[in-house]
Design a protein around this ligand. Structure first.
Ligand SMILES: [Zn+2]
Length: 706
């Protein structure tokens, strides 16, 4: 006989057994644990950064293979299956450079040393000889002599201003300053204006903390006068010799001539130079005085535009080799949907020590890996597969990530849920994020869970949103980091985040561990926070039964682009109705799928309907995953067919600029110049193309055949 108490006990046991059987530790408690202090480790992050940045590690060089081995070892010790995905790609290194200035016919030439100075007590002095001589990757080798013209930031608008002033750039060597557009764009625009050589310097007004009493590294965060920003001047992305396909061993390659014809490699020599050398050259330039907003610091000499009388002789020789690069790939297999992928990525290669760019991000990636390893030990298994990628040769032109995406195109296009990028994870204070809009909400929610590393009394969200009603989220139109192939080529939803927005020692030999420790993040709390947000978004995407994508945000965002576009073409006969209608349709489809999701959430949990739900859930998730793909078009952007995404893509000359509807805006820019009926018809064609893509997205979200 069973008495009442025993019965109650049995019931309790049965209930708890059922609980154990059907409700293992809820995923959300693992997620809270992931961002808890008990799993975060700022000392370990600092150690990772120190180890990764002990030597300069440019792509293709031995020190970078050493760094890859370190990443691999940390993945392995975190119980993450990992391997190296190598490629053989065209890399470029400097062989010789010389730069002399003849200020005037009466004066004797000045030869520049072109060296970044080691400071007293520099702990990296022992490996300073491993820092490559300052150069522009993929610069054209050559020997040029010409009077100098000062072109401000080297943008198209700067050349337009010079033309107004009656200054002819043709046949000259231009002196441009860094800071507004991608350096590959600076060289390309100079070439198109007829220049025969390009020098790019870092003005101390922008990078040196101004004039007068300014201090610089190691006493302050600013770039020392001898500091030089190295970098690539390649305007394409991926290995220049394998456009559109992977650079595997023995693969097909373009010849040097064919690469030159592609238009993405520079056809004139260029060299980056220091603030102090730039100023010396500026002193030799006469002619009309440059505009007020082209001038330097208060105590700098007056900048004139030239040409001359200073004459520069620039000689550059580089060598191109086919070298081995190594992406490190770690995989945590999903327990329920192993064929669905949530991908994290960060690059490892650096121009010098790379403490900020990119290894602050690499250190955060290793922290995420270690925390995921600890969660696995406690019994957590992700629903979907998590892939951790550590890219190589990003600095040369997003090569490692692009080759991998090209090699795995079909698998990624059919299985990738999202790609989450971090490049220079910590550059200074303040949180900055970019995303494709269906992920906006997720970023906001994740930052609401994470402490502000600079003020523990508030959440990161609070400092991010500031006094606005909603935080500023940028878009991924630029090809500025490794998200480009995922978003622009395949249409995979993506995010990109960092603390700080730019820092003065960028791509110089002063971007080292000491700079980060003194100025970037002394306590490594920002590193902890970026790892927390990055990892939490990963966990939500990997574990949520229903994907937390909101396409209503996307539709609203498209609507604002359409309104901007309307302003831009108000005096033309371009008809935007098809576009506006397609956006309305997307709004309806997004609202419906959001309701559907709610319905499934409310009804779930009943054992009998579980099997049916399972198929339903998978089908709904697939619609959410594939909707972004619809924004790609197989023909791609006009004249740039690798770029398939019609909503987000880079503008033609400025790889850092983020644009919406790049195809439409390129067509408008051309039509405004030629102003022919045909060119305006082409604008209308581009509007139709985007409308069709948006319509396809609604169809995918609706999940119905017509
Ligand atoms: Zn980087």
């Amino acid at each position: 006989m069973v008495n009442k108490t025993a019965k109650a006990n049995l019931l309790a046991i049965a209930t708890s057994f059922t609980f154990l059987l059907f409700y293992p530790t809820p995923k959300s408690s693992y997620h809270s644990l992931f961002i808890s202090d008990s799993l975060s480790d700022n000392a370990s992050i600092s150690h990772h950064l120190y180890t990764l940045t002990r030597r300069p590690h440019v792509a293709g060089l031995e020190a970078n293979a050493e760094a890859a081995a370190y990443v691999l070892s940390v993945f392995a010790s975190s119980n993450i299956k990992s391997h190296i995905a190598p490629y053989r790609v065209a890399l470029h290194y400097p062989v010789s450079r010389s730069l002399t200035l003849t200020p005037s016919p009466q004066e004797s030439p000045i030869s520049f040393r072109l060296e970044q100075e080691i400071y007293e007590g520099d702990p990296y002095a022992d490996v300073a000889n491993e820092v490559l001589p300052t150069f522009h990757a993929y610069a054209k080798s050559g020997n040029v002599t010409a009077p100098v013209v000062y072109v401000n930031y080297g943008r198209s608008e700067d050349y337009a201003r010079l033309e107004q002033m009656g200054v002819n750039v043709s046949g000259s060597i231009v002196l441009a300053k860094y800071g507004k557009i991608y350096r590959g764009g600076i060289v390309q625009i100079a070439y198109e204006a007829g220049a025969i050589g390009v020098l790019v310097y870092s003005d101390r007004k922008d990078y040196g903390g101004g004039g007068g009493e300014a201090k610089w590294f190691p006493d302050d965060k600013w770039l020392p006068p001898s500091g030089v920003q190295v970098g690539s001047v390649y305007n394409g992305l991926g290995d220049p010799t394998t456009p559109g396909w992977a650079s595997t061993e023995e693969c097909e390659r373009l010849s040097d001539d064919e690469v030159e014809k592609s238009g993405d490699v520079p056809l004139i020599p260029s060299l980056p130079i220091s603030a102090v050398d730039g100023e010396t050259i500026l002193r030799s330039i006469g002619g009309p005085v440059a505009d007020e907003d082209w001038q330097g610091s208060e105590d700098a000499p007056t900048y004139n535009v030239g040409p001359g009388p200073g004459i520069v002789h620039l000689s550059y020789t580089g060598k191109q080799i086919i070298g081995r690069i190594e992406n490190v790939i770690g995989v945590i297999e999903g327990a329920e949907e192993p064929d669905r992928l949530v991908i994290l990525g960060n690059h490892r290669d650096a121009w010098t020590f790379g403490a900020v760019d990119p290894n602050s991000g690499t250190a955060a990636l290793l922290e995420v890996a270690q925390r995921l390893g600890k969660l696995q030990k406690k019994g957590w298994k992700p629903r979907r597969t998590i892939v951790l990628c550590n890219w190589d040769a990003e600095e040369y032109g997003l090569i490692g990530s692009t080759e991998w995406v090209e090699e795995n195109r079909e698998i990624l296009a059919s299985r990738a849920i999202a790609y989450l990028n971090v490049d220079s994870g910590v550059q200074g204070p303040g949180f900055f994020a970019s995303a494709t809009p269906q992920l906006d909400e997720l970023l906001k929610q994740a930052t609401q869970q994470v402490k502000d590393p600079d003020n523990s009394s508030q959440t990161l969200y609070q400092s991010w949103v500031g006094s606005r009603t909603s935080p500023k989220i940028d878009r991924l139109g630029s090809a500025g980091s490794d998200f480009a192939a995922f978003v622009h080529h395949l249409g995979i939803p993506a995010t990109h985040m960092a603390f700080g927005e730019g820092y003065p020692v960028y791509h110089s030999m002063y971007d080292d561990f000491i700079w980060v420790k003194k100025f970037g993040d002394p306590m490594f709390h920002r590193h902890v926070a970026v790892a927390s947000v990055w990892g939490l978004v990963t966990l939500w995407l990997a574990d949520a039964e229903l994907l937390p994508f909101n396409y209503l945000s996307y539709a609203m965002e498209l609507q604002t682009y359409a309104i901007d576009l309307e302003d831009d073409i108000s005096d033309t006969n371009i008809n935007l109705t098809p576009l506006l209608k397609s956006i309305e349709e997307l709004k309806r489809a997004a609202t419906e799928i959001n309701n559907e999701r709610k319905e499934i959430e409310q009804n779930k949990g009943w054992l009998l309907t579980w099997k049916k739900d399972h198929v339903k859930v998978r089908e709904l998730n697939d619609r959410l995953m594939m909707a972004e793909r619809a924004f790609t078009d197989q023909d791609g952007l006009f004249g740039r067919s690798w770029y398939k995404h019609l909503i987000y893509g880079p503008s033609k000359y400025d790889d850092y600029a983020s644009e919406s509807f790049p195809g439409i805006y390129d067509a408008i820019a051309k039509a405004k110049i030629s102003n022919t009926a045909e060119s305006w018809k082409f604008v209308q064609h581009e509007v139709y193309r985007v409308s069709r893509a948006v319509k396809h997205a609604s169809q995918i979200i609706n999940g119905e055949l017509t």
